[in-house]
Design a protein around this ligand. Structure first.
Ligand code: HXC
Length: 531
């Protein structure tokens, strides 16, 4: 039953005066819910978009929404503003429940002055955010706005600044999710960019700093809106969006699913679900996924699907930097974050974009007490002028930094190649990974055997009678010593060698051990993360 249901006339009012008051309130509420009016609601639907209230209804548990500030209106009079005084102004704010847990939210109302960000919209959003932060509950923004309200000038800009400041204060304390359901132009993109996750709808949402017209004037480039800042662009090319959803229903369902892995705030453990998958399940298919030939690729997602609770994997940033995989899953009902390389894409090499994707995800997991399980199969960092000039040094450093500062339980599984930097930054015990496991196919070395022999024996191979045979012989020796997990296991650089099928129960056991892990860090205001 909706909370509004309590307003229905139940015939027990004690006098007509009270009945009149209740009737007036009902009428006011109806008016408030009309936003910019029927014509504009129809126009919104014609664009394939839902209204702010329809979106809220679909996002939240049925009947749980409590609106606040629904009667606030703007206070400006210039440029025809007096005729546009709608109850609630251009945003709906309040709180409600998702899967029984409370969140605060705003939904921009495009039917009122294009959902433009006004002084009052800013105040309403700020109040909802303050409530979320004080109460320690997630904050969700449903964005559909033409940007700063031109008629309000600096009042609108100041309100944006207040929002950005709050996004930053709340960062790492409560989860913040931005759902993009319409335009988001100019500096207004920086609020979503400051939040933890950006979900965009394909075809109807667009994010850009400068629009096609301005670009044409400044750079003479012709670009359409979709290519410039559509969901596909931002979820594959720029990495601004973490998810591209087919439509609004899918975007809102995804928001609910995403929140199911996150705690309400950074002082809580992530929510667990009743386990439905056997913790002792040992999937023998795992034993043959990784080819013994290091030159052959395989799909790391298959490894993930066989180890974690059935159907629990939610991939984040799926279309961006596909040589890396990050996402949430569950192990025996407990939420975990997964970081992995994808040998199927560029052999799982670590490049600039993968560095950004991995390091950001690690920090989200660490902020919200979500243990991290890492799967390593990487030949190391990507070589090349473009990468060096693009700053692979400082971008790659983010991964080291993020893993090193993370205090949540950290587990690693070396499935195959952990060469050089890939071993150090992704898995090594020395950046304080709690337990490092290796599969029998693991190769932990400074570099691959072939390359190593080419460097070390270059002169020697020139002098011998049969360089090819000699190269093969030394490579085999090298591989036996450095490309098998027994050498690092003999010196404790890895903690155990597992049959792949044993990985699930071993990870579950390790997470149980580490559940109450305590780490103390040196006192500081904050570190200087390489950016
Ligand atoms: C107030 C605005 C407005 C604005 C549009 N409207 N932009 N009202 N302030 N900035 C009004 C329109 O007059 C219209 O009113 C209604 O909103 C819907 O706009 P339409 O143009 O009809 O919608 P649509 O065809 O869907 O096109 C959407 C759009 C276009 C592509 C976003 O409106 C547009 O290009 N607007 C300007 C976007 C922009 O440059 N914003 C400023 C960005 S800079 P009626 O009454 O007819 O329904 C910025 C600075 C932030 O935001 C800085 C933060 C640091």
């Amino acid at each position: 039953m909706s909370l509004d249901g309590n307003m229905q006339d139940n015939g027990h009012h004690d006098d007509s005066g009270h009945q009149e008051l209740a009737k007036e309130l009902r009428q006011q509420r109806e008016k408030m819910k009309q936003g910019g009016g029927l014509k504009r609601i129809e126009a919104q639907h014609a664009k394939g978009k839902l209204t702010a209230r329809e979106r809220i209804e679909r996002l939240l548990d049925e009947g749980s929404f409590q609106e606040i500030d629904g009667y606030m209106t703007h206070r400006h009079h210039d440029f025809g503003m007096d005729e546009n005084r709608f109850s609630g102004d251009s945003v709906v704010t309040g709180f409600g429940k998702i899967n029984g847990r409370t969140i605060c939210l705003f939904a921009q109302d495009f039917t009122v002055l294009g959902g433009s960000f006004s002084e009052v919209q800013g105040q309403k959003v700020a109040k909802a955010m303050d409530l979320a932060l004080q109460a320690g509950v997630p904050f969700v923004g449903l964005n559909d706005s033409v940007g700063a309200r031109i008629q309000e000038g600096v009042y609108s800009l100041a309100a944006y600044a207040e929002l950005f400041w709050r996004n930053t204060q709340a960062s790492g304390v409560i989860p913040q999710i931005s759902v993009m359901l319409g335009p988001c132009a100019g500096g207004s993109v920086y609020s979503p960019a400051l939040t933890d996750f950006v979900i965009m709808t394909q075809g109807t949402s667009h994010m850009f700093i400068t629009g096609p017209q301005v670009i044409k004037t400044v750079t003479q480039e012709e670009v359409d809106l979709e290519t410039l800042g559509g969901a596909d662009t931002h979820s594959t090319v720029s990495g601004v969006a973490h998810f591209a959803a087919a439509d609004e229903e899918a975007a809102l369902a995804l928001t609910r699913q995403l929140l199911s892995y996150l705690p309400s705030n950074n002082a809580e453990p992530p929510p667990s679900v009743k386990p439905t998958d056997d913790p002792w399940r040992m999937d023998s298919e795992l034993n043959s996924i990784v080819p013994t030939d290091p030159g052959l690729a395989y799909d790391m997602r298959r490894v993930i699907h066989h180890i974690f609770d059935h159907g629990s994997f939610l991939e984040v940033h799926q279309g961006y930097a596909q040589n890396a995989i990050v996402g949430f899953a569950r192990l025996h009902g407990q939420a975990v974050g997964i970081v992995a390389q994808q040998p199927e894409v560029m052999a799982g090499v670590i490049d600039i974009n993968a560095s950004d994707k991995i390091s950001r995800f690690i920090r989200i997991c660490d902020a919200f007490n979500i243990p991290i399980v890492t799967f390593i199969d990487s030949p190391g960092f990507m070589p090349g002028l473009m990468q060096e000039h693009g700053g692979i040094i400082r971008h790659g450093a983010k991964i080291v930094y993020a893993y090193s500062e993370a205090t949540v339980p950290k587990l690693a599984v070396v499935t195959r190649k952990a060469y050089g930097g890939a071993y150090i930054v992704m898995s090594s015990k020395y950046i304080r990974t709690d337990l490092v496991f290796a599969w029998p196919t693991a190769e932990i070395a400074v570099m691959g055997a072939e390359g190593a022999v080419n460097i070390l024996y270059r002169k020697h191979l020139k002098d011998v009678a049969d360089p090819e045979a000699e190269h093969a012989k030394i490579t085999a020796e090298f591989r036996e010593k450095f490309s098998r997990p027994y050498t690092p296991a003999a010196s404790g650089h890895i903690d155990d060698i597992l049959l792949p099928s044993e990985t699930r129960p071993r990870l579950i056991g390790a997470l149980e051990l580490l559940r109450d892990k305590q780490v103390s860090l040196p006192a500081k205001k904050h570190g200087i993360m390489p950016v």
